[in-house]
Design a binder for this molecule. Structure first.
Ligand SMILES: [Ca+2]
Ligand SMILES: [Ca+2]
Length: 152
């Protein structure tokens, strides 16, 4: 979580506090409050910095990697405009956590019946050993009827 995102969250929390409390209230105040609530400010600082940037190992312009994401043991990231299975057929990448703040290079998955413009990866979810990937422009059931694929 980067500082900008954390600041947005604290702004939302500050908004909630403003509703509950009458008095001076600001995002900075909420930030201070969160810092004080933390047993050790350095722990919070570490969590802010413990971000890992993931990218496709075969990234190409226009893939739209990151359109969809899900995490649950593994992390999965959709790239619906990836072109391996045809122009914008789509792909998804599953990443495995290898350490406290480290993730592997990722495994790429595509639809077994990928076709151009299927947009596989526009939605993704992962839970334990199962992943599900949506391809809302898949055409087996009719033009752009859509499909979802479960991986184990
Ligand atoms: Ca593309
Ligand atoms: Ca289609």
């Amino acid at each position: 979580m980067n500082h900008e995102r954390l600041l947005k969250i604290t702004q939302k929390i500050a908004g909630l506090f403003c509703i509950l409390l009458i008095g001076a209230c600001s995002p900075e105040g909420a930030w201070d409050m969160l810092s004080r609530l933390s047993e050790d400010e350095s722990v919070l600082a570490q969590e802010v910095n413990a971000i890992q940037k993931l990218a496709a190992w075969d990234a190409q312009a226009g893939d739209k990697f990151g359109t969809s994401v899900s995490i649950g043991g593994y992390a999965i990231v959709g790239a619906p405009n990836e072109d391996t299975g045809g122009a914008n057929a789509g792909a998804a990448y599953i990443f495995h956590r290898t350490g406290t703040n480290t993730w592997d290079a990722g495994v790429k998955i595509v639809a077994s019946d990928a076709q151009a413009n299927d947009k596989f990866g526009r939605s993704v979810a992962i839970s334990r050993d199962y992943a599900i990937v949506g391809a809302d422009r898949e055409d087996a059931g009719g033009s752009d009827a859509g499909a979802a694929y479960i991986f184990f």
